[in-house]
Design a protein around this ligand. Structure first.
Ligand code: GLP
Length: 234
């Protein structure tokens, strides 16, 4: 592979389960160092085994997330709270409740969200998945580094890639996302990438131009750890 910038670490794990263990190790170490960690939390399929592993460790008394603040990364527009497609609901079910987290910041009104995150002292960790078109959260291409927290219109690629989550229900066309400016300001960023279908976009993310046309490539200017499975890299 090409040269990665000094701040970037790439860890290749055998499979999705090993990836989950490595990611859980990293997150637990961060929480041990700073029990009141603020963490930006992706939904999507990739981090689910990691969240299950974190929940297992919490249940076994091996980790304590009670002082952690979970910060929502993205949300569709126009859904009621009880809509099965709510990403807030997905984050509650997969991360907040099973880890015993009591503090959260919901993405609802962009200005309030940014103010709440700033009042916390910013983001300690951003835990991200890689959109098949290189998006982060719903920062669709092109998203320059200064893009704020805002509402967006989803691209056809994202409407298609999000269809798999909702079992035949339509994917809302509007969304809200934490801004690139916020994501890039996190003290640590972790990008989880799993599966052969992400191989091309992961290569471009790490080895192509750093460009708003591939928002994830901009993570290379941060203290970034990429944890990928072999299917996504080799
Ligand atoms: C989705 C979400 C992102 C997610 C990404 C990857 O569209 N908006 O937050 O990280 O795409 O999803 P997956 O992990 O299912 O591949």
């Amino acid at each position: 592979m090409g040269n990665l910038p000094a701040g970037v670490t790439l860890k290749i794990e055998a499979d999705a389960q090993a990836l989950a263990h490595a990611a859980a190790d990293l997150i637990c170490a961060a929480v041990q160092q700073k029990p009141d960690l603020s963490i930006l939390v992706a939904t999507g399929n990739t981090p689910m085994p990691t969240y299950a592993e974190l929940a297992r460790r919490a249940a076994a008394g091996q980790a304590d997330f009670s002082r952690v603040t979970a910060v929502q990364l993205d949300e569709y527009l126009g859904l009621t709270d009880d809509d099965p497609r709510s990403l807030w609901g997905w984050m509650q079910r997969s991360f907040v409740a099973p880890l015993g987290i009591t503090r959260t910041i919901r993405l609802h009104v962009p200005e309030e969200f940014d103010r709440d995150v700033a009042a916390l002292g910013g983001l300690d960790l951003a835990l991200l998945g890689l959109g098949p078109n290189g998006h982060l959260g719903f920062n669709e291409p092109p998203s320059p580094p200064e893009s704020p927290t805002r509402t967006v219109t989803l691209t056809p690629e994202s409407l298609e890639s999000n269809r798999v989550y909702w079992n035949g229900l339509a994917v809302p066309t509007g969304a809200m996302t934490a801004g690139m400016n916020l994501i890039l300001s996190a003290r640590q960023t972790v990008l989880l990438v799993s599966g052969a279908h992400k191989r091309g976009i992961l290569r471009c993310t790490l080895e192509g131009d750093q460009t708003p046309n591939l928002p994830a490539s901009l993570l290379r200017r941060t203290a970034l750890t990429v944890i990928a499975d072999e299917a996504a890299w080799l």
